[in-house]
Design a protein around this ligand. Structure first.
Ligand code: FMN
Length: 357
């Protein structure tokens, strides 16, 4: 087993084990959530660049689930249609297309990072929703709405509708975003979920929303389409009751029984007090190894920047996918470069062969 061993999952096979990590582009300049030329060129070039799976950025399942007004969305058929050229081009390059389905929860309605990231107020802003009324901490936080049971039902429905649309748009893989302090993570973590109804309380209560979303999505999409779930393996808040690696292993074992195919193992994001450890090379790989104890395939992400490093993760069975984020911003051709460095057959587009002789 190595980085260029194909990855088979349900009815699809990735040509290698490099996945482009989901990365927000905040590039829907019209604030309508519709994919633009940027998304086609950005995602398309990573497909030409040789990756096995090209995952979109967090793609909002409802308008209120956007982090910023410029987020990508999939809350209507028009959104799915705008994504079709992206999936078609990715397929034409021999890669699998994935879409990260997301709801930002209480971290919604902020300016994009390049504009400072503060809450958006007034006409272009909106009221975030969360497990409680407790807002994302900020000097002047936005009032946040606690989801009641009708609101929770709407969220479940939105994930299912988005999943069905994503399959229709041609995506090969769906990833449910339950990490980084966004809505589904907010329900999982006792730091943010202090509800006393069936969606709060103990582990089972806090996991109920994610499990329902996964089950409902699984029932609504074809058997052959894989479902990945991205989690934060730990809240990085060891000094208080919080989500831990042990919780993650337990969750993964449960998600396995619900038809999830892979856990994409990230960390953090639930609270600004988090104690982020040294974020050097492969800093989150040990979490992927632990979550892999659930016997579900796992993706490792965080600080994977070299062909040899990515290969080592797979070769030593630490993870099933090497998920590469920022290195793909620096080099869309990371996977082609990796194939060359590791002396593997490279999926070089015919137009580019002279660059790789
Ligand atoms: C610009 C940028 C945008 C990101 N957006 C998302 C996102 O939409 N969804 C997500 O799960 N993670 C997101 N992340 C986190 C990355 O997917 C990845 O987990 C993180 O950067 C660590 O991996 P790396 O060291 O390979 O970059 C983003 C990271 C960056 C740098």
């Amino acid at each position: 087993m190595h980085l260029f061993t194909p990855f088979e999952c349900r009815d699809v096979t990735a040509r290698n084990r490099v996945m482009v990590s989901p990365m927000c582009q905040y590039s829907c300049e019209n604030e309508d959530g519709l994919a633009t030329d940027w998304h086609l060129v950005h995602l398309g070039s990573r497909a030409s660049g040789g990756a096995g799976i090209v995952m979109t950025e967090a793609t909002a399942v409802t308008p209120r689930g956007r982090i910023s007004p410029q987020d990508l969305g999939i809350w209507s058929d028009a959104h799915a249609e705008a994504l079709e050229p992206v999936t078609e081009f990715i397929a034409s390059q021999g890669a699998l297309s994935g879409i990260q389905l997301a709801h930002a929860g209480r971290k919604a309605s902020t300016f994009r990072p390049s504009a400072g990231g503060d809450p958006v107020r007034g006409e272009s802003g909106w009221t975030p929703v969360g497990p409680t009324e407790e807002p994302w901490p900020h000097d002047e936080p936005l009032a946040t709405e606690r989801l009641d049971s009708a609101g929770i039902d709407r969220v479940k429905r939105a994930f299912v509708d988005a999943a069905v649309r994503a399959v229709e748009a041609g995506f090969d893989v769906l990833e449910i975003h339950a990490a980084h302090g966004y809505l589904l993570h907010e329900f999982l973590s006792p730091v943010t979920n202090t509800r006393d109804d069936e969606y709060g309380g103990d582990f089972d209560g806090r996991a109920r929303l994610l499990e329902a979303v996964v089950s409902d999505v699984r029932a609504a999409i074809p058997e052959g389409t894989p479902i990945f779930v991205r989690i934060s393996a730990t809240d990085w808040l060891a000094d208080r009751r919080s989500w831990t690696v042990e919780s993650s292993v337990r969750l993964a074992a449960k998600l396995r029984t619900l038809g999830v195919d892979l856990i994409d193992v990230s960390a953090g994001g639930i609270h600004p007090d988090q104690q982020v450890p040294d974020t050097g090379a492969h800093y989150q790989v040990p979490y992927a190894e632990r979550v892999g104890e659930s016997e579900l395939p796992v993706g490792a992400v965080g600080g994977i920047t070299t062909p040899e490093g990515a290969d080592e993760v797979i070769r030593n069975g630490r993870a099933d996918l090497a998920v590469v984020g920022r290195e793909h911003l620096r080099d869309p051709y990371f996977a082609l470069r990796a194939a060359e460095a590791l002396d593997r057959d490279a999926p070089v587009p015919r137009q580019y062969t002279r660059g790789f002789q």
